[in-house]
Design a protein around this ligand. Structure first.
Ligand SMILES: NC(=O)c1ccc[n+]([C@@H]2O[C@H](COP(=O)([O-])OP(=O)(O)OC[C@H]3O[C@@H](n4cnc5c(N)ncnc54)[C@H](OP(=O)(O)O)[C@@H]3O)[C@@H](O)[C@H]2O)c1
Length: 312
């Protein structure tokens, strides 16, 4: 029997066998004693995290807008201090085991549940792989991949014990589906979060924990300014300088017509308030069109298109 037939017979057998140990999944989310569902958003100081925290709070979630550095979150603190929205700012650095544990412990102590987690914190590392140090590449994975893993591992036990489970949104990127020049480390971290999330679904589904990937295209935030790059991006001695400068130029042009972060927040709200969300949501016409176009092209055709568009 070939491997395909073996796999199909296992899948079919499992699909038709009633597993008595499997918990019953209840749809809908209940509330805590304050009468609100609880949401946690990472990287809320600005950009998509800021807009998502605001929109979830406006919708009625008691929202923990977490930030790496509370001193850089004045706008959020002001909103929280006014008390018009159910929003609370707390410190959470996704790179740190202790910071994640302290934050999630505190949230659980106060709220006794977490209904929604949005793993949004992240940054881009732009540069030729040869010019990047190993520390820079590891740091990129620390924040964009190990960060969400760290937060999810803290939140899983809480959601698993809740009768209603919960929803976890991992903010990926169209760079989690497509490779772009000089974004190899960033794309690798986002491809990884895609593979991780797509695999995790099978582990969390039996406990009513839903997983969602958001794949934004270019979005008008401080993402480019907050991105990191090796000094060699602007150093004429690097053999990659002229190519990387072309990329920087096209990137800044693309930012002008980028999607507003409020649009991404709306898609996240939709995903976490839908009983049966899709695994993937793309945001922005660029992400929509490029992922579609890629699937209709050969590798060679795609590489030619990207080279012409960004490097010619
Ligand atoms: N903008 C785009 O074009 C675009 C496209 C596709 C995907 N994305 C993804 O969307 C997400 C949000 O990006 P954005 O566009 O909103 O960028 P942004 O405006 O630069 O916001 C990024 C947020 O992540 C936070 N952050 C970075 N490292 C952190 C850490 N170790 N712990 C906790 N927070 C940390 C930043 O905090 P600080 O203020 O402390 O730096 C900031 O609040 C990222 O995952 C990004 O990869 C962005």
């Amino acid at each position: 029997m070939d491997i395909y037939k073996v796999l199909m017979s296992i899948l079919w057998r499992n699909a038709t066998t009633k597993d008595k140990n499997r918990p019953v999944i209840q749809l809908g989310m209940s509330k805590n004693s304050t009468g609100k569902k609880i949401a946690v958003v990472t990287g809320s100081s600005n950009g998509m995290g800021f807009e998502t925290s605001l929109l979830l709070a406006k919708y009625g979630f008691h929202t923990y807008a977490t930030v790496r550095n509370p001193r850089r979150a004045k706008a959020l603190k002001d909103i929280s201090d006014k008390g018009e929205l159910p929003i609370q700012v707390i410190e959470l650095d996704v790179d740190s085991d202790k910071s994640v544990k302290d934050a999630i412990d505190r949230i659980y102590k106060e709220s006794r549940r977490i209904d929604v987690l949005v793993n949004n914190a992240g940054y881009s590392l732009l540069g030729a792989l040869e010019d990047l140090s190993m520390d820079q590449v590891k740091a990129q994975f620390e924040t964009n991949l190990f960060g969400p893993i760290r937060v999810m591992k803290s939140v899983f036990p809480i959601m698993r014990k809740q009768r209603e489970g919960g929803t976890i949104v991992n903010v990926s990127s169209m760079s989690g589906r497509l490779g772009f020049p000089f974004l190899s480390a960033y794309a690798a971290s986002k491809f990884a979060i895609e593979g991780l999330t797509e695999s995790l679904v099978y582990e969390t589904q039996p406990f009513g924990i839903k997983l969602v990937l958001i794949e934004p295209g270019i979005t008008k935030t401080n993402f480019a300014e907050n991105g990191r790059s090796p000094d060699t991006t602007v150093d004429a001695s690097s053999p990659y300088t002229s190519l990387s400068q072309k990329i920087l130029k096209s990137a800044s042009t693309l930012m002008e017509t980028a999607t507003p972060p409020e649009e991404v927040a709306k898609v996240i709200l939709k995903a976490v308030t839908t009983d049966n969300p899709d695994l993937r949501y793309r945001t922005g016409n660029d992400a929509e069109q490029m992922v579609e176009a890629r699937s209709a092209m050969s590798d060679r055709e795609w590489q030619q298109l990207i080279s012409q568009q960004y490097l010619a």
